[in-house]
Design a binder for this molecule. Structure first.
Ligand SMILES: Nc1ncnc2c1ncn2[C@@H]1O[C@H](COP(=O)(O)OP(=O)(O)OP(=O)(O)O)[C@@H](O)[C@H]1O
Length: 649
């Protein structure tokens, strides 16, 4: 972004027949110029405060002694150099009638104007740029009474403004002359000048009645030698447009006394200048307050649109008359100039890609894609896929291990459950046994162990050994009853034989004594065997209760254990499902990566096809041209572009 460059030029006072030197001097005192500042300093104004209020600073302020050459050097030269390098540029002179606009733009014999100096400089610039070849086209138009006329071809009148992406805003049907040197251009300008509308007014003997726009289109591209080995940008064509504009001057109809045709012209001039002022005002507002910019309200602003807040480097020379009689017009011009100073443009090199450059660019893009796929990027992708596969495998193994663990846990849990149930059943059986015997033998103080002993005794053979048989009294068939005569004290010794070394012996003993009722207290005790044997704990009702409690506790702890196992099972199942999810997401990521790779491959294929198609197209065009060159009489369907003269280096 860069600001529009604005300068003010004060022309020398125009002498009249009645003038003497004294008049001139006093007139010049109206405006004081110090460096780049211009202030109103009227010796006739008694109020110094009002004078101070009218002071303006610009990029440059040129006094009467400044030549066109100086103005060009300080304000315009850079724009011309930039135009040769591909930037759009616009220079225009603005000011009231007779303030010196035409003098500034066209100059005189002794002091060539901006247009003359710019043309000379353009050719000097392109001569120096040996690595590029140039094609320069010029056109010259005027906007007269809000109609566009071609100054190179007077028959081309009332031309229309068009806009498209390729050319931007342009005047259709305008003649363009291809030029290759300064003289050629200056001669053509002379022709154009002759066609311009000028007329005599009270203010100016040769007043411009139209706005003129001298336009130079500068095309360039790197020449073959410089292109080889460079990037595709070397093949791009740069196209810049340079507008050098001499506006018609605003005029106060009352002052100029214009009538008839001059009056009509004056109205059109004022109207379009008013629109220019509005556009400048809107643009200088900046930011969001700007709103709609009325470029389309006049042909002038429409054509100058890119130069005002667009893609161009722009300089405005505001010309003012020093005479006191023009103070009001000068104030208006200075206000316009200070507004214009706030406008920012965004100039950039305009490059157009030719077919060759386009092909080169596509080729480069394909190469880059290929590199991406085959080179580093593809490796990264492969690694990523490999890593994902590994992780998937790992998680699969983990899942299997967990599933096995879960199965183990389930089995264990089942066994425990089974065990707990068996123990519970035993406890229930025992308790029911104890209760029933307590009820039946409460008077005798006898405790029985019926079901358990029955079961166990039945399963053993009686013929094993008679040495274990205990003398019985009041035997009951199939039942061994052990009783005690004194339950108040616990026996110190077991009633069982010392020979009982294990449960088989014990069972045998019980089997042999089936059908006997034995008073345990009368049995001969085995001193070495303590009374805390299995039998004693079941026989005593107190002990039986304790056993039952223990079994109950065991069952409870088993139940708790079961709960813990269940929790563990749940946790494992959860973990399993998480792993399953992770596996799914990894599989999805893998699928996405594979799809990405597929897409890149498709892109390459598509670019390759487009590349081949374009190559074929260019080749056929080339062949047709070759045929046409060999045999010019053969008609062909290709539209041949207007010949362009390339300036020889
Ligand atoms: N800097 C200058 N030095 C010498 N003479 C000048 C200068 N500026 C203007 N003049 C003279 O002043 C007169 C009016 O100038 P010019 O025609 O350039 O004004 P203008 O602004 O183009 O007027 P209009 O808008 O009516 O076309 C001419 O005679 C011109 O030679």
């Amino acid at each position: 972004m860069e600001k529009i460059c604005v300068a003010v030029r004060v022309r020398p006072p125009v002498p009249t027949s009645s003038d003497d030197g004294e008049w001139q001097t006093s007139n010049e005192r109206c405006w004081r110029i110090e460096d780049n500042r211009i202030s109103l300093h009227s010796p006739f104004d008694s109020n110094p405060a009002s004078n101070n209020a009218l002071s303006f600073a610009f990029d440059h302020v040129f006094d009467r002694s400044s030549s066109n050459g100086r103005i060009y050097g300080l304000l315009i030269k850079d724009i011309i150099t930039a135009a040769a390098r591909g930037f759009n540029g616009t220079v225009f002179a603005y000011g009231q009638t007779s303030s010196g606009k035409t003098y500034t733009m066209n100059g005189s014999e002794d002091d060539p104007g901006i247009i003359h100096l710019a043309i000379k400089d353009i050719f000097k610039n392109i001569q120096m740029m040996t690595d590029r070849e140039f094609l320069i086209r010029i056109s010259y138009m005027e906007i007269y009474n809000e109609e566009i006329n071609d100054l190179f071809c007077p028959d081309n009148q009332k031309l229309r403004i068009h806009e498209n992406l390729e050319r931007g805003i342009y005047v259709a049907g305008l003649r363009e002359e291809i030029v290759s040197n300064t003289e050629q251009v200056l001669n053509l300008i002379k022709v154009g000048e002759a066609n311009r509308h000028v007329g005599q007014t009270n203010a100016n003997v040769r007043s411009s009645r139209s706005h003129t726009i001298f336009r130079m289109v500068i095309e360039s591209r790197g020449n073959d030698a410089s292109c080889s080995g460079k990037s595709f940008t070397a093949d791009a064509v740069r196209v810049s447009v340079l507008n050098l504009v001499d506006l018609a001057g605003s005029e106060r109809i009352a002052k100029t006394g214009a009538e008839g045709e001059r009056l009509k012209e004056g109205k059109h001039i004022n109207k379009s200048l008013l629109t220019l002022g509005n556009v400048i005002n809107k643009l200088s507002d900046g930011g969001k307050q700007r709103g709609h910019i009325p470029y389309r309200d006049s042909k002038l602003t429409r054509i100058l649109q890119p130069a005002l807040g667009g893609n161009a480097k722009t300089s405005i020379i505001c010309t003012v008359a020093p005479e006191e009689v023009h103070i009001e017009e000068t104030k208006v011009t200075l206000k316009f100039a200070s507004r214009a100073k706030c406008i920012t443009n965004c100039a950039q090199v305009n490059e157009i890609l030719t077919d060759a450059a386009l092909l080169k660019r596509q080729k480069l893009e394909i190469e880059q894609l290929r590199e991406q796929l085959q080179g580093h990027h593809s490796e990264v992708l492969e690694q990523e896929i490999f890593k994902l596969r590994n992780e998937m495998l790992k998680s699969e193994l983990e899942r299997e291990k967990l599933a096995m663990e879960l199965e183990e846990e389930r089995k264990l849990h089942k066994e425990r459950d089974h065990c707990t149930r068996a123990q519970k059943m035993k406890a229930d059986n025992l308790s029911s046994c104890v209760h029933s015997d307590q009820g039946r033998n409460s008077c005798q103080g006898v405790s029985t162990w019926q079901s358990f002993s029955e079961e166990r005794i039945d399963s053993h053979s009686m013929s094993h050994s008679d040495s274990f048989r205990t003398p019985s009294s009041e035997a009951r068939a199939n039942t061994f009853v052990a009783k005690r005569s004194d339950y108040s004290r616990l026996p110190d010794s077991s009633p069982l034989s010392i020979n009982f070394v294990d449960a088989t012996d014990e069972d045998l003993w019980l089997g042999l004594n089936k059908g006997c009722i034995t008073d345990l207290d009368k049995l001969q005790m085995t001193p070495g065997l303590k009374a805390n044997s299995v039998l004693s704990s079941y026989i005593s009702p107190v002990l039986s209760l304790q056993g039952k409690l223990e079994i109950g506790r065991a069952a409870e702890s088993d139940h708790r254990l079961k709960e813990v196992y269940e929790q563990r099972c749940n946790a494992l199942e959860k973990e399993c499902s998480l792993l399953r999810e992770e596996k799914d997401s990894l599989a999805q990521a893998l699928a996405e990566e594979t799809q990405k790779r597929k897409d890149i491959e498709e892109d390459i294929q598509r670019f390759g096809l487009a590349f081949a198609r374009r190559g074929g197209l260019l080749k056929s065009v080339h062949d047709k041209f070759k045929m046409k060159l060999k045999n010019p009489t053969i008609p062909h369907a290709i539209q041949v572009l207007p010949p362009r003269v390339l300036i020889a280096k």
